[in-house]
Design a protein around this ligand. Structure first.
Ligand SMILES: [Zn+2]
Ligand SMILES: [Zn+2]
Length: 374
C-alpha cells in the first residue's frame, strides 16, 4: 500500500485547452492536487500522441464537453499516489518514478456494465481527454505537463524495452485491436481483409500476423498508409482509387481459392466499405466493425447475403483494461519486428501544440507526438 509521495510536487501545471471549433488551443495553468484520494495518482506526462479522434473534436466533426484538455494516448511517470494504488496484474507494485500507461477510462467496477465485463460502458465512466476541465480534477487530458489519474483507472508499468514512441499510442489503437482480434476469435491459418491502414489497421496487421494469419489483405485510399501497411507485412494492398469495388472483390476471391476471406475488419470509419467486406467473406465468415463511431452510418447491405452466407457481424468500441495489459505484452514480445516507432513522424513541445495539430491534420504522419524533448 502506498502513501502520498515525499517528492516535491509543483504547485501548478500548464495545459493546452480546447474551447471551440476554429479557435486555437490556449495555454492555461491549473493547480495540482497536493493530496490524493485513495486510488488516485498524479503523473508527469512524458509524451502524448494526437489521435484522429482528437482532430475530429478540434475540427468540429465530433462534439465533446468544452472547455477540455484533449489527448488520451499518454505516457507518464508516477509523481504521487493516493492510498490503495491500483496494481492490476503488475508483477511488482507500482512505485513513484515508474514509467506507466493506463486505460483510457476510469470505471466503477460495480455497475451493470462493469459486472458484464464492459468497463468501457460503465454508468459512471470518465474518459481521459473527453472531460470538461472546469470540473475536478481538471487535469484529465494529455496535452498538459501533468495528469490526474482517477480511482478506477487501470495503470500498468511500461516494459523498459519499449520506447516512448512505441508505448504511447498503445492505450488507444492497439488495445482496441487486441479486443477486435479476441472478439472475432481470429485463428491461425485464417485469411483476413483489413479495411483501413491508419493506426488501427497497422496494429491489426501485426496482431493478425503474430496470430498466424495465412494472408493479410489491406485496403485504404491513402497511398502513404498502404506503403506503411506493406512495411508491417501486409501481403496484398489495394487502393480503391485505382480499382473498382468489383475488381477488388474478384481479386480477393481469386487470392482465397474462390472462397473469400475468413475474417474482415472495418477500421476506416467509412460505411461504404461494409458492402465490399460482406461480398469478400467466405460462407460462414466473420466481420468486425470497429471504426464506424459517428452516428448515422448506414450499412446498406443485403440481409439475404447475411442469412444465406451464414455470416457473423460484430461491433466493438474501446476495450477492457485487460486488453491493454495484453497489448503491452504483445509489444514487449513482438514490436521489434515491426516499424511501430516510425509511426510517430514528428515531435513538438507542448507550447507548439497548435503547430503540431496542423501537422497532424495534414495526414502526413500516422502520429504526431507532444513531448518535452523534440
Ligand atoms: Zn486514440
Ligand atoms: Zn461501472
Amino acid at each position: 500500500m502506498k502513501t502520498t509521495s515525499t517528492v516535491t510536487i509543483p504547485k501548478t501545471s500548464q495545459a493546452a485547452v480546447f474551447s471551440e471549433v476554429g479557435k486555437p488551443l490556449a495555454t492555461e495553468r491549473f493547480e495540482l492536487p497536493q493530496h490524493l484520494e485513495p486510488g488516485a495518482m498524479l503523473c508527469k506526462i512524458r509524451m502524448s500522441t494526437i489521435c484522429g479522434s482528437d482532430l475530429h473534436t478540434i475540427f468540429g466533426r465530433r462534439k465533446e464537453p468544452a472547455p477540455l484538455i484533449l489527448g488520451h494516448e499518454i505516457l507518464g511517470e508516477i509523481v504521487s499516489m493516493g492510498e490503495q494504488s491500483m496494481q492490476n496484474g503488475n508483477r511488482i507494485p507500482l512505485e513513484i518514478g515508474d514509467r506507466v500507461t493506463w486505460s483510457i477510462m476510469a470505471s466503477c467496477g460495480k455497475c451493470f456494465y462493469c459486472l458484464k465485463e464492459l468497463p468501457q460502458k460503465c454508468k459512471s465512466l470518465v474518459k481521459y481527454g473527453h472531460t470538461c476541465c472546469r470540473d475536478a480534477p481538471h487535469l484529465t487530458g494529455g496535452y498538459a505537463e501533468y495528469i490526474c489519474l482517477m480511482p478506477g483507472t487501470a495503470v500498468y508499468r511500461v516494459p523498459d524495452c519499449l520506447s516512448d514512441e512505441v508505448a504511447t499510442p498503445a492505450n488507444c489503437a492497439l488495445s482496441t485491436m487486441v479486443n477486435a482480434v479476441e472478439t472475432i476469435r481470429f485463428a491461425a491459418g485464417e485469411t483476413v481483409l483489413i479495411q483501413g491502414a491508419g493506426m488501427l489497421g497497422l496494429n491489426l496487421i501485426a496482431l493478425c500476423k503474430e496470430a498466424g494469419a495465412a494472408k493479410v489483405i489491406v485496403t485504404d485510399v491513402g497511398q502513404k498508409r498502404l506503403d506503411f501497411a506493406a512495411s508491417f507485412g501486409a501481403d496484398v494492398c489495394y487502393n480503391p482509387a485505382n480499382h473498382t469495388t468489383d475488381e477488388i472483390i474478384n481479386s480477393i476471391q481469386s487470392l482465397t481459392g474462390g472462397h473469400g476471406v475468413d475474417v474482415a475488419f472495418e477500421v476506416c470509419g467509412n460505411p461504404v466499405v461494409v458492402d465490399q467486406a460482406v461480398k469478400s467473406l467466405r460462407i460462414g465468415g466473420r466481420y468486425l466493425i470497429a471504426g464506424l463511431v459517428t452516428p448515422g452510418s448506414d450499412l446498406g447491405i443485403d440481409g439475404n447475403m447475411l442469412a444465406r452466407n451464414c455470416l457473423t457481424i460484430k461491433g466493438i468500441h474501446n476495450y477492457h483494461h485487460e486488453h491493454l495489459a495484453k497489448g503491452l505484452a504483445f509489444l514487449e514480445k513482438h514490436s521489434h519486428k515491426y516499424p511501430f516507432a516510425e509511426m510517430v513522424g514528428a515531435r513538438f513541445p507542448l507550447d507548439r501544440i497548435n503547430e503540431a495539430i496542423e501537422v497532424a491534420a495534414s495526414g502526413e504522419h500516422i502520429r504526431v507526438a507532444i513531448c518535452e524533448v523534440v
